[in-house]
Design a protein around this ligand. Structure first.
Ligand code: ADP
Ligand code: NI
Length: 215
């Protein structure tokens, strides 16, 4: 198996599949997560091939883009088979992809270093300057307001209230973005998340100050 060739072909495959994808899982998200993954994997001494492949394929299996989670996983399996990826490596890649999604912070505790690396990279793309931009793009695409001063924090809502409530972009900071720092797995991920977190906090400070004409 020529690992570099497999990575190049996988990258092309994912790019083709996700071109025009509008739910926040476009190719450029994959590109950023893969670059972050490579950087963190090197520092954490994780397997670069497994990490890179899992990063590239992590959204191909997403429930939102397939009829079911199983169908998504099958799609990834078929691709790995078609590239003659070793059975053992393919199994690990599939395992990483199926264990890393956020699931409200209640996902399984990760044991494999490679899974920790890719999950950190995916979470880092939801914070910092990029995270802010993605949040406003997502919110705008759903026709939601960027901010509403009187809205209740969605954390304090019942499940039913939560489902029927279309929170603002700023609200999403509190329900997810500002929590991600505490959920990082690796030391490298923690350091990067801390600086992205700080950036979001100063963004919010300015946002509120400008909202009230204080700045
Ligand atoms: P992932 O599958 O990578 O965990 P999601 O599908 O939950 O991410 O979200 C994709 C992007 O859209 C992320 O940057 C996320 O912060 C943003 N996003 C998700 N839900 C909301 C929301 N309710 N309001 C604003 N942004 C959101
Ligand atoms: Ni992702």
């Amino acid at each position: 198996m020529d690992k570099e060739l497999v990575i190049a072909k996988t990258s092309e495959f994912v790019r083709r599949e996700l071109e025009g994808e509008g739910s926040g899982h476009d190719w450029w998200h994959i590109y950023r997560v893969t670059e972050l993954t490579k950087r963190i994997a090197k520092e954490e001494r994780a397997d670069l091939f497994l990490c890179t492949m899992a990063a590239l394929l992590h959204d191909i299996a997403d429930e939102k883009l397939n009829v079911s989670e199983e169908a998504g996983i099958a799609r990834v399996k078929n691709w790995l088979d078609s590239q003659a990826v070793d059975q053992a490596a393919a199994e690990v890649i599939i395992e990483i992809i199926s264990t890393i999604s956020f699931k409200g912070g209640h996902g399984p505790k990760l044991t494999r270093r490679e899974a920790m690396v890719v999950q950190d990279a995916d979470r880092l793309d939801a914070v910092g300057a990029i995270g802010i931009a993605r949040c406003f793009v997502y919110s705008g695409a759903k026709g939601r307001p960027m901010y509403h001063p009187d809205e209740p924090h969605r954390e304090s809502m019942t499940k039913e209230e939560y489902r029927s409530n279309n929170g603002s972009a700023i609200n999403h900071f509190y329900e997810k973005l500002l929590k991600l720092k505490e959920l990082m797995n690796t030391e490298t991920g923690k350091k990067m998340a801390a600086s992205r977190h700080e950036y979001m906090e100063s963004f919010l400070e300015r946002f509120y100050a400008e909202w009230d004409g204080r700045s």
